[in-house]
Design a protein around this ligand. Structure first.
Ligand code: KG4
Ligand code: ZN
Length: 343
């Protein structure tokens, strides 16, 4: 029976992952080897270390994903791989492995945009979900509001003009000595804190755009921390985390709900690592409900980087016959939607 099995491969940052997904929606395996512990001592991802570790891990991770899915390479219909955006050396490991498998087996090679992968995690979590919908994609490298008009048709409604939301979480955690990655640590601290203890800035642009800016907020929090330290005052870390997190979430949710509302779209999805944030999920759900919209988000394991989301996204390119040849290369900076045939 043809199950349209897609082998997904993801190596854009610090997770080496491979997955087998049937019909773009059913995950048969999702193997993720995280390098977080390796990078934690440096306070962030070290690109050279990431590439080297991907080289070591990629084949065992693919083998394990096939074994767990109880399939052979011959059963696979196509190989989907993240080709950008991300760290070039890291991306190249996945792209090279995917090309080698596709060439050896004479199977279609499918290139996937990392952020389109994050969006597709929602198809796995919500099997009835179909475009159109609006998706707030918030990760370590991206903060975008995307109108998903169709499976391969994306329009950006808003984006960050400086730091990504996850980047701001990571920076604040570093200043507070909470370790890397910062998002989960800030999230945990914030649960015990008062979100009104400090009033941090929320940027709205005069031109009415749905764009974000988090660098001023980041600086305001760092200044607050430095001032307290200089005066020898005790820092209330839970209060700082809660107030910072509230400021990020207020703008993310305001802009996403306003963008969806203006389009008359009734489904609002979350995606990306920051989408695992407890308060962000609750707030979006409440605000969407008030507007008569439904808010959807994937479970945390599908929010952070994983290959199941890449296989899910790749399935729609596979169905459309969008295959790549062996000149496929890693592209570290890549706009969403770029690389699909015009509709
Ligand atoms: O999507 P992802 O795994 O990698 C990128 O594509 O960037 O996202 C990682 C980001 C990191 O910045 C991390 O701190 C953040 O997601 N993150 C969170 C939470 N869990 C992960 N941010 C806020 N709250 C969380 N619970
Ligand atoms: Zn990601």
């Amino acid at each position: 029976m043809n199950q349209d099995l897609i082998l997904g491969i993801e190596t854009s940052c610090d997770e080496t992952s491979a997955s087998v997904v049937a019909h773009g929606r059913t995950v048969l395996s999702n193997t993720i080897a995280s390098q977080i512990d390796l990078h934690a001592e440096y306070g962030g991802v070290v690109p050279e270390i990431a590439s080297r570790k991907h080289v070591e891990l990629i084949l065992p991770v693919i083998d394990r994903a096939l074994k767990e899915a109880e399939v052979n390479l011959e059963d696979i219909s196509g190989i989907a791989v993240t080709y950008g955006p991300g760290l070039v050396g890291a991306l190249l490991v996945g792209v090279t492995a995917a090309k080698a498998i596709a060439a050896a087996l004479d199977k279609p090679l499918i290139k996937v945009h990392h952020i389109e992968g994050h969006i597709a995690a929602n198809y796995i979590a919500h099997p009835d979900l179909k475009p159109p919908f609006v998706c707030l994609v918030v990760s370590g490298g991206h903060s975008h509001i995307v109108h998903v008009k169709d499976y391969l048709d994306f329009r950006i409604l808003g984006r960050t003009r400086d730091d990504a939301a996850g980047e701001a979480f990571d920076k604040i955690a570093r200043v507070l000595g909470l370790g890397y990655p910062g998002g989960p640590a800030v999230d945990k601290q914030a649960r015990q804190g008062d979100p009104k203890a400090y009033r941090f800035p929320r940027v709205q642009f005069q031109d009415g755009s749905y764009d974000f800016s988090f660098s001023g907020l980041k600086t305001a929090v760092i200044n607050q921390v430095n001032q307290a330290r200089q005066k020898g005052e005790a820092l209330n870390i839970p209060d700082i985390c809660a107030s910072f997190q509230q400021a990020v979430i207020d703008v993310l949710v305001d802009h996403a709900v306003a963008a969806a509302s203006a389009l008359g779209v009734k489904t609002l999805c979350l995606a990306g690592g920051v989408a695992s944030n407890t308060l962000l999920r609750e707030t979006l759900e409440k605000r969407a409900k008030k507007k008569g919209m439904i808010a959807l988000y994937p479970p945390p394991v599908l929010c952070t980087d994983n290959a199941a989301m890449i296989a899910a996204a790749g399935y729609y390119s596979y169905k459309a016959g969008e295959f790549s040849d062996f000149t496929l290369n890693a592209v570290p900076s890549l706009a969403i939607g770029q690389g699909h045939q015009p509709t």
